[in-house]
Design a binder for this molecule. Structure first.
Ligand SMILES: [Zn+2]
Length: 227
């Protein structure tokens, strides 16, 4: 295993193009090492700065937005879509969905779908439950609204760390091929460390892509959970 891994890593270095700003648009995650950075709870006051960082580096990300923030910051949402990022639904007001009645869950999801569609022309296909609190009922109701549920492979706890060095270390420790990293663009330190962190990840061979790009051409079914 160890030897084979080395051989494959060696081949990859020879055969595959190095990650670069220009390679981000047409990345084939079946062939190269991909990682999805995801940002929840926005758009917030620092999201514009994050979008500029992503644009400069050519990295793509996935944003799980709260409907009420979509309503108050539509320009940022329009920009996300225009710059090739993926937009997901993170409910209107961030409740723990498992404690709500079906009608309340649907209301949280549907109002957010409508807010995003009003701004970008397209309702999200992805949904992430606040606090990760979910069950079969929540997943099925999200499916009824046309969305698959996206969780994560690694959570940075950036909202608790609030420290650039610690957030950077957490992401580098959690990064792995086809991983989905959970962060928050409403945490200023996360946004501040991102230029450095993107360089770190690129040095380690990662192509930074949207969640859907990780699927290598497959489409998530409504109600399905990934990863
Ligand atoms: Zn959240």
């Amino acid at each position: 295993m160890f030897v084979r891994g080395l051989v494959m890593a060696g081949m990859a270095a020879v055969l595959l193009p190095a990650p670069s700003a220009h390679a981000a648009a047409k990345v084939d995650c079946a062939k190269v090492k991909c990682l999805a950075l995801t940002f929840d709870d926005g758009p917030g006051a620092s999201t514009g700065t994050l979008l500029s960082t992503l644009r400069k580096s050519g990295a793509k990300a996935t944003f799980f937005l709260m409907g009420k923030h979509v309503e108050s910051r539509p320009t940022l949402v329009k920009r996300m879509a225009a710059e090739g990022h993926e937009i997901g639904n993170h409910t209107w007001s961030h409740p723990s969905l498992t404690t709500l009645f079906d009608e309340e869950i649907t209301q949280e999801l549907r109002t957010t779908q409508e807010a995003v569609k009003k701004v970008t022309g397209r309702a999200p296909k992805l949904f992430r439950p606040p606090y990760g609190n979910t069950d079969d009922r929540v997943a099925a109701l999200a499916g009824d609204e046309g969305m698959a549920q996206v969780l994560w492979t690694g959570t940075t706890l950036d909202w608790k760390l609030r420290d650039q060095k610690k957030i950077r270390a957490a992401v580098l420790k959690l990064a792995r091929r086809d991983g989905v990293i959970l962060m928050h663009d409403v945490v200023p330190q996360t946004v501040q460390v991102m230029p450095t962190l993107i360089k770190d990840l690129r040095k380690r061979g990662y192509h930074l892509v949207t969640v859907s790009a990780l699927l290598k051409g497959r489409t998530l079914e409504p109600g399905e959970t990934y990863p």
